[in-house]
Ligand binder design. Structure first.
Ligand code: PRP
Ligand code: ZN
Length: 289
């Protein structure tokens, strides 16, 4: 039987959300830190745990069929694989940052400030392409971890690194001066997948989507005087339209719909003003559109 091999990061920023997404898609894998290759229990998939740096090449060469990796890592490696889907989590940016003390200098000079400077990074490929495109000649200094401490210990004048919350920069007295690329988790695939493997992949994408679609959404049910229905319908657009059922009590209806969690309290407030009663709000596990 055909199985699809998915390369996944062993640890790091994508790990948790990747495992959650697989579990929510009912793809059950043991989170073994020792075994490299773990078959799923109930689905034709096996998980290959790798360092994130190795995932693009593993997928391009066919050692894995698909992989979940940061776009930054994929862009850095320039391996011959395709982006199958953007996964909309683990968002970050790759930025140039300099010691706070040079902020005024930088404002006066702009990117030219980097001319002749040493830049520490774990992403030399992306950085060198950016510098070249902007005609800056700087000394790119490759280090694999703790890039942010390089300026403080005199190893470099500036850094090029991942910025997410920005707190690492703040605690090292650095300021972000140039966003070079934005990144998120992506699903990449080998260019020559068999039809059988593509079918398995389609099913996985379908499940990922159902999970993602339900994210941040709630199911709401309430009772309302029937003459208020047009106003309620405006507040609750639902997927297509709210579902309306007549109640035994004449003049009253029950309405069910889907709402965005971020507009939750605002909508509830307006519904109460319209006289809504017995409002129930429930989590949505999956949503198939
Ligand atoms: C990255 C980066 C910074 C940090 C930035 O490291 O190298 O250290 O995240 O995040 P922040 O803006 O939220 O502070 P990562 O967590 O990927 O681990 P690493 O040390 O292996 O690079
Ligand atoms: Zn990292």
């Amino acid at each position: 039987m055909t199985t699809l091999r998915i390369a996944v990061q062993t640890k790091g920023r994508l790990f948790e959300e990747t495992m959650t997404m697989l579990a929510e898609s009912s793809i059950k894998v043991e989170q073994s830190k020792r075994t490299l290759l773990v078959p799923a229990k109930n689905f034709p998939v096996e998980i290959l745990y790798l360092r994130d740096d190795d995932i693009p090449q593993a997928v391009a060469s066919g050692i894995a069929d698909v992989g979940i990796v940061g776009e930054n890592e994929f862009e850095e490696r320039q391996e011959d694989a395709v982006i199958v889907k953007r996964l909309d989590f683990s968002k970050c940016r790759l930025s140039l940052a300099i010691p706070k003390a040079f902020e005024a200098d930088y404002q006066a000079q702009g990117l030219k400030w980097f001319d002749g400077k040493r830049i520490a990074t774990s992403y030399p490929g992306i950085l060198k392409r950016f510098l070249k495109a902007n005609n800056i000649s700087a000394d790119v200094h490759v280090i694999t971890g703790s890039v942010e401490i390089a300026p403080g210990i005199g190893l470099a004048d500036s850094i090029f690194d991942i910025v997410s919350s920005g707190s690492t920069l703040v605690s090292n007295n650095l300021i972000e001066v140039e966003v070079v690329m934005r990144s998120e988790a992506i699903l990449i695939g080998n260019k020559a997948l068999s039809a059988e493997k593509k079918d398995i992949l389609d099913e996985i994408i379908f499940r990922f989507d159902s999970y993602k679609n339900a994210e941040g959404k709630k199911y709401i049910v309430l009772n309302i005087m029937t003459d208020k229905l047009p106003e309620v319908a405006k507040l609750l657009p639902g997927l297509k339209a709210p579902t309306v059922t007549a109640l035994e009590t004449s003049g009253w209806s029950s309405v069910a719909s889907v709402i965005e969690e971020k507009h939750f309290w605002e909508i509830i407030g307006k519904l109460k003003q319209l006289g809504a009663e017995g409002i129930l709000v429930m989590p949505i596990e999956k949503m198939i559109l």
